[in-house]
Design a protein around this ligand. Structure first.
Ligand code: AMP
Length: 190
């Protein structure tokens, strides 16, 4: 099973990704988590990534595509995966298509989690207080929303045209949204 989960910042992608991945027995692979893990490294690349993340911009495709291709080639990802936060622009869609074509593999479904931007901004500001994530301040949040609208939103029509898109309302309790996702996916994949 090869799945993508796409959604605006704060919609709960990461939380839901872990649950869905467990449900289908595949690893959840989050580019945001991989980049956050670089925080502790004191190298030029880690510093560059850190600075970009703190601004809310996207890490350059050549870095992101290489990190994902490397991760997907690891043994635990051979049988499938759920990608959380990748692809995030049309160039990354192409890069993923090429990586998959090389293996004769294809995406089974793309979950699009939806919510109003106002609800999400409020959620992210609250998370900033609780978790203190460096990219959860008002300015960075506004930038991440803009990047999502401009760079990531166009992905949805690409996957809709391929008949892969499963749209799910992301507003509600975690378990409630998780139930909606698995029901929608099971119906799609049946
Ligand atoms: P996330 O946790 O998915 O919201 O990602 C946090 C940050 O990591 C983003 O705001 C970007 O700076 C960076 N990032 C995560 N995934 C990608 C990606 N696919 N392409 C470029 N940058 C990314």
């Amino acid at each position: 099973m090869r799945l993508l989960i796409v959604g605006p910042p704060g919609v709960g992608k990461g939380t839901q990704a872990k649950g869905i991945a467990e449900h289908y027995g595949v690893p959840a692979i989050s580019t945001g988590d991989m980049f956050r893990a670089m925080k502790s490294a004191d190298t030029p690349l880690a510093r560059q990534v850190q600075q970009i993340m703190n601004s809310g911009a996207l890490v350059p495709d050549e870095i992101t595509d290489a990190i994902v291709a490397d991760r997907l080639s690891q043994p635990d990802a051979r049988g499938g995966w759920l990608l959380d936060g990748y692809p995030r622009n049309l160039g990354q869609v192409d890069a993923l298509d090429q990586a998959l074509a090389g293996e004769g593999a294809s995406i089974d479904a793309v979950v699009s989690l939806t919510a109003d931007e106002d609800v999400l901004v409020a959620r992210l500001l609250q998370r900033a207080e609780i978790e203190g994530r460096a990219d959860d301040n008002a300015e960075t949040i506004a930038n991440r929303m803009r990047v999502y609208r401009e760079a990531t939103d166009p992905l949805l029509s690409v996957y809709r045209d391929r008949g892969l898109l499963v749209e799910v309302d992301g507003v509600g309790e975690i378990a409630e949204v998780a139930g909606r996702i698995t029901a929608a996916l099971d119906a799609k994949l049946a």
